[in-house]
Ligand binder design. Structure first.
Ligand code: BYC
Length: 469
């Protein structure tokens, strides 16, 4: 059934382009079927206290109200147009593109499809978590993250429909056909096929994997293809909440563990997550998320930069934007040892972006360590593993490193793997803690209460109401 124009809220004057509007109206019911089939299970009829973007103005993008998730108003919002020039690469200083340049069409489509594919994937990965939420506050937060990932899919699908014609429409259909973890039609990037079936993984995912999203979107926000830059700029405003959920979520797990340890109790016996297990989950999710930046040396990344499609983090604040005649020094494994290599800077752009990401992750880990100290636990600290550890993409893939980054044999890795990464037993233990807690204001045994509620509401507010409330 065709939807009315108002059913696709937008600030792109959709009504003036009848063909585009019709095409998106045809995609909309398919999106809703996808949402109902693989979106949050068991809560489609509940009323959830959600933030909805109704415009890009400061007072419009965060409108809070009770909404049933399938009725969330997924809209198309681009940051306002500004006078912009291409900010980097070989086309630096030329006017930004309002349409897709023929020579960059394939690369742009590929970047947009890859970005788009992660959004529905994450909703699919998280679909069962509502059933084991540690509190009503957390239940509301996961649904907020899920509906916004849905909106980010809309943002990318708009670009595909508006700028890529028939193959863009086909790609948009494929985005609803692939499934996270599927053998036949998996999602494109490996991390988005990993199951997220416990809340510790969810918090780690929103801390580390959504943070890759922040850095990828920031790089695309510099793009010479202006509609992509404007779309991703607005997506970034929403993304901040997702990382907040992850960073504070892990912090609350750390706090609970630390308080028990400081009181001389064993967190495991108190149905909380022990320290070593938090560390193993960090090792796992951080290393998986590092892979999402692509290979350390990448001709794709060099081409994207040269063409002005994908810049560096905050490219506009850097002094020099050509990155020609400069090198990046990195250690790469070669015949069983690590050797220093000077890589042309443009080919190292994935690694340059990863550097910024690692710094940001370290800041989060420092915060968790402060929480440990504040609770009275001394002599223990959480750590990020080295970026060579447990990689599937790039020159370290297929080799074995310890969490400190030392090259080791496969046998040595296997002997210690269970100390570094979650074992089946660890996962079973974490899963055993996952019982739903839905009384407003109450928290599961393994997580401390948040510092405050959502949008000035108290922590014990009823953020999710049953269908008949
Ligand atoms: N898995 O030249 P290379 C988010 C492939 S998250 C599988 O090093 P490139 C979100 C690669 O495709 C952000 N395959 O890679 C978070 C290439 O294949 P071909 C998502 C991989 O192209 C949470 C080959 O390996 N956004 O928003 O420089 C919830 C050689 O690769 C992987 C983006 O990713 C992998 N991890 O960089 C919701 C931005 N990595 O050409 C949302 C758009 C590489 O040999 N994407 N390969 O067939 C890109 O900019 C780039 O595609 C990548 C890869 C950075 C991902």
């Amino acid at each position: 059934m065709a939807q009315s124009l108002e059913s696709i809220p937008n600030n792109v004057d959709l009504g003036s382009d009848r063909r585009l509007q019709r095409a998106l109206e045809q995609w909309q019911p398919n999106f809703l079927s996808w949402w109902k089939e693989v979106g949050p299970e068991g809560f489609q009829a509940h009323q959830v206290y959600l933030r909805t973007a109704i415009s890009v103005e400061p007072n419009g993008w965060a409108h809070f109200d009770f909404v049933r998730m399938p009725e969330y108003r997924w809209g198309i919002f681009l940051d306002p147009k500004q006078e912009r020039k291409i900010g980097f690469g070989d086309n630096e200083g030329q006017p930004v593109w309002e349409e897709v340049p023929g020579e960059h069409r394939n690369a742009l489509r590929r970047i947009i499809v890859t970005q788009a594919d992660t959004e529905p994937a994450s909703v699919e990965q998280q679909r069962l978590l509502g059933k084991t939420c540690p509190s009503m506050y957390d239940l509301r937060n996961i649904f907020q993250v899920n509906v916004e990932e849905g909106r980010h899919l809309w943002a990318m699908v708009y670009l595909l429909h508006r700028y890529f014609g028939r193959d863009g429409r086909e790609e948009a259909d494929e985005l609803l056909a692939r499934r996270s973890g599927s053998g036949d039609k998996p999602r494109i990037l490996n991390t988005f096929n990993e199951p997220i079936d416990d809340w510790l993984s969810f918090f780690m995912f929103t801390m580390f994997t959504d943070r890759d999203g922040k850095y990828q979107l920031s790089a695309l926000a510099q793009s010479g293809f202006d509609p992509l830059a404007r779309t991703t700029r607005f997506m970034l405003t929403e993304e901040a909440h997702h990382m907040f959920v992850g960073e504070t979520g892990v912090d609350r797990v750390v706090q609970r563990c630390a308080e028990l340890m400081a009181a001389g109790k064993d967190p495991r016996k108190e149905h909380a997550v022990p320290f070593d297990l938090i560390q193993k989950y960090i090792n796992f999710w951080f290393s998986l998320s590092l892979d999402l930046f692509g290979g350390e040396v990448s001709s794709n990344a060099a081409d994207f930069f040269a063409a002005g499609l994908k810049g560096r983090f905050r490219e506009d604040t850097l002094e020099e934007h050509k990155a020609v005649g400069q090198t990046y020094r990195m250690e790469v494994p070669e015949t069983g040892r690590l050797v220093e290599q000077e890589v042309p800077l443009r080919n190292a752009m994935n690694e340059v972006l990863r550097d910024e990401y690692v710094k940001d992750c370290q800041r989060g880990v420092d915060r968790w360590n402060k929480t440990l100290q504040k609770a009275g636990v001394s002599g223990m600290a959480l750590r990020l593993p080295h970026r060579r550890f447990h990689r599937i993409v790039g020159p370290c893939a297929g080799l074995f490193f310890d969490p400190g980054g030392k090259l080791i044999s496969e046998a040595e890795f296997k002997a210690h793997e269970g100390e570094w990464l979650p074992t089946a037993e660890d996962r079973a233990f974490v899963k055993s803690l996952m019982h739903p807690v839905v009384d407003p204001g109450k928290m599961a045994s393994w997580v401390a209460a948040p510092a405050k509620g959502i949008n000035g509401m108290p922590i014990e507010f009823e953020y999710v109401r049953p269908p008949d409330a």
